[in-house]
Design a protein around this ligand. Structure first.
Ligand SMILES: Cc1ncc(COP(=O)(O)O)c(C=O)c1O
Length: 403
């Protein structure tokens, strides 16, 4: 920290002062919070001589299933892989239409494409930023076979009406719960309502294995096929082949992928899971601080959670209220950066990325709400490892930017 008090008259960051950084250290957006237990387990794993998928992955899966109260989970090396596997295991006719939200990370749509299907984008709600169930209804055609809703920023989407709609039209549901490990509806975890729930353990997520993810099938019978497809379509995994119980031959039962998680990654994940709720409570403190301190600024702040739901508090996503300020979202990002504060954009809508425009012909104006959000949205740092001073710096920076 600099010797000068942040925000003092004439100091960098005071209203009217130029954008000069007052922080010594850049506040990294999405920085993970890892501790001594993760370090020790990584060293123990290295010393064990077994780093690939093995007993630590198996233990991690059992604990994740217990946390989610899910019948089974399969750990993989990303949520992208989880989505791809879930869509493959559904065995939909090639070229099926799969409806998803435009307000998501490109991986959601890319996985649909890689599974051999056509993503159809639904618009979203301007307040919750989640998929608009009525627009999903409008987008259903005779070729529609599945819906991939996203629990955006950790806020549960309208899962009950979506499930009803899916049931009425015979559609599968794959929940993209990349943001939503801690999220619940009626006490039940997001990601356990649909046919499959897919989660991310990427480095910015509330539980990280650096890269990683999992797929939770509603039917535990699907776990064996998911596991096999995650490892080349082989009938026996590496731990079964090389463990101290003796060599086992494998057979390839279908051409699979290389999506398995490693024991080295699970070493981190096991202890990240232990600290998950504590980190959620710390993020809640920062979340409430932001809500209180940013209330007067020309921003739309995250909507309060719906009754009987729990928000995973993954992203504190604000929208610049251009009715009240001439400062644009991109100016906010640049000026936060100049003040040494990292921020994110979640998201510019997927249907307007060049490949999607070229292949599916969507034009600006096709999904007005997603596009409206995409032009105004930015996310603030919300890591459990942030200090009160870090959070205060973020608030002070925004007050300065909008002064
Ligand atoms: C909504 C959403 N879906 C899928 C993914 C893909 O996750 P991963 O990086 O673990 O593949 C992400 C990643 O951030 C995401 O935000």
């Amino acid at each position: 920290m600099s010797d000068r008090l942040p925000g003092a008259p004439g100091a960098p960051g005071a209203p009217g002062a130029p954008d000069q950084p007052w922080r010594d250290k850049y506040l990294v957006f999405g920085a993970p919070t890892l501790g001594a237990a993760e370090r020790a387990e990584v060293m123990a794993c290295i010393d064990s001589g077994w780093l690939g998928a093995g007993p630590r992955v198996a233990l991690f899966e059992r604990r994740l299933a217990a946390y989610l109260e899910a019948p089974a989970v399969v750990a993989v090396n990303s949520c992208t892989a989880a989505l791809h596997l879930a869509l493959r295991v559904l065995d939909l006719p090639p070229g099926s239409e799969v409806i998803t939200t435009a307000m998501t990370f490109c991986a959601t749509a890319n996985a649909i494409v890689h599974a051999g299907h056509e993503p159809v984008f639904a618009d979203c709600d301007r307040t919750t930023l989640n998929i608009d169930v009525e627009d999903v209804r409008r987008k259903i055609t005779p070729r529609t076979r599945a819906i991939v809703p996203v629990h955006f920023a950790g806020r549960p989407c309208d899962i009950a009406p979506l499930l009803q709609l899916a049931a009425a039209h015979g559609l599968a549901v794959v929940e993209d719960a990349a943001h939503a490990l801690e999220a619940t509806v009626g006490g039940r975890h997001c990601g356990t309502f649909g046919d499959f729930g897919c989660f991310s353990f990427y480095v910015t997520k509330s539980l990280t294995t650096v890269e990683g993810g999992m797929v939770a099938p509603r039917d535990p019978g699907a776990a064996a096929r998911l596991k096999s497809l995650a490892l080349h379509g082989m009938s026996a995994d590496a731990w079964q082949r090389y463990s101290d119980e003796g060599f086992v031959h494998y057979e390839v039962v279908e051409p699979g992928f290389k999506y398995n998680l490693t024991d080295l990654a699970a070493s981190i994940g096991l202890h990240q899971l232990t600290g998950l709720e504590e980190r959620w409570h710390r993020r809640q403190e920062i979340w409430r601080f932001y809500e209180e301190e940013l209330a007067g600024l020309p921003l739309h702040l995250p909507a309060p959670p719906a009754p009987d739901t729990r928000h995973a508090l993954h992203l504190f996503t604000c929208l610049v209220d251009d009715a009240r300020t001439a400062v644009t979202r991109d100016q906010v990002l640049a000026r936060l950066h100049a003040l040494r504060i990292g921020a994110g954009v979640h998201y510019r809508p997927v249907h307007l990325h060049p490949w999607y425009q070229r292949n599916y012909g969507a034009r600006t104006g096709a999904l007005p709400h997603a596009e409206w959000i995409g032009a105004r949205t930015f996310s603030l740092p919300l890591s459990a490892g942030m200090t009160n001073q870090d959070a205060a710096d973020v608030v002070r920076a925004l007050r300065h930017i909008f002064a």
